[in-house]
Design a protein around this ligand. Structure first.
Ligand code: ZN
Length: 318
């Protein structure tokens, strides 16, 4: 849906409530007390009432909006905007668009929507041939922010050491399905066909930690393509096949691993586009999940916001 269509369909809070109510009824409501499935709707307090035992549940309960006081239209418009393009909005931009006084509730709403995206993608495992690599995203912890203000020892979070990542960078394991193309590659295009993508912030990149994550995210039957990093040395214990390609030349390496290279650099652009420098470690995963969710549904087009809305109705925050 484009924004013109959105405002035609949902011009005000009442139409959003009506749209929301309709979607919930379509998806089905089950009474917690008596398991009856027929409910009437009370406009006065926005609650569904069980037609058999009379117990009530609120329109927001059991959805991502539970415990939120923000208008329904905020949530619907925010979902619409967050799925509109590959780019991402900062909470400050969203706050301005919605014209809301306070920053925090808008920031929290966006993170809750990102968690809906995360939970959706957690349901799927990667399969087939998968490129592996590590990405290092600039980040700063709460403690670092205070340090930077309080003591002036030139401890700049941007000046971390490079290579396999410094303490101040978030270590991210990037896994992307990538099958060799059957047709001849077009000029400047990768010679591998891309499928689904996962990006996971890791405590460390030791082989045990990596294997644990792989068991969660990748089918046992998969075949992995990676560089010779020692963290990948035990992959064979958890997947069917592991192919190592050591290619020190950067240009050639980008051809061997086209999709991990591209997705890491695009994710960095999107995240830096909204943050300009550093993000809190705790939230890096949420931003990556938003990026992956949209990447994995890049052919959904107009249907994406509706799909996310349905996911939001099925997901609670806690
Ligand atoms: Zn009931």
């Amino acid at each position: 849906m484009n924004l013109r269509k959105f405002f035609e369909k949902y011009p005000d809070e009442a139409s959003c409530i009506e749209g929301f109510k309709k979607k919930r009824l379509e998806m089905g409501i089950v009474c917690k007390k008596c398991q009856h499935t027929e409910h009437s709707f009370r406009k006065t307090d926005l609650k569904f009432q069980c037609k058999k035992c009379g117990s009530r549940i609120s329109l927001r309960s059991g959805t991502v909006m539970e415990n939120s006081n923000l208008p329904f239209q905020y949530w619907m418009l925010c979902i619409e905007l967050m799925t509109l393009s590959k780019k991402s909005f900062s909470a400050l931009e969203m706050q301005r668009i919605l014209g809301h006084k306070r920053y925090e509730p808008i920031w929290l709403m966006m993170h809750k929507i990102r968690r809906v995206m995360s939970k959706r993608d957690e349901k799927y495992k990667l399969e087939g041939c998968i490129e592996f690599d590590e990405g290092f995203f600039e980040r700063v912890d709460n403690k670092d922010v205070i340090d930077d203000k309080d003591d002036n020892n030139g401890d700049n979070p941007k000046q971390g050491k490079r290579g396999r990542g410094s303490e101040r960078q978030a270590k991210v394991l990037v896994m992307v399905e990538s099958e060799p193309s059957i047709s001849a590659p077009k000029k400047g295009k990768p010679n591998r066909k891309v499928g689904y993508l996962k990006m996971v912030v890791m405590e460390d990149l030791k082989s045990e930690t990596i294997n644990k994550e792989v068991q969660k995210s990748v089918e046992k039957t998969a075949s992995v393509l990676s560089d010779g990093y020692t963290g990948y040395s035990k992959l064979k214990e958890v997947i069917a096949k592991h192919q190592v390609v050591v290619e020190p030349d950067k240009k050639k390496s980008a051809k061997v691993f086209p999709w991990v290279n591209r997705t890491i650099s695009n994710a960095k652009k999107v995240i830096l586009g909204i943050h300009h420098n550093c993000i809190n470690q705790q939230y890096v995963q949420n931003y990556l999940d938003e990026f992956c969710y949209k990447f994995n549904r890049r052919y959904f087009g107009d249907r994406l916001s509706q799909r996310l809305m349905i996911a939001a109705l099925e997901t609670t925050w806690y």
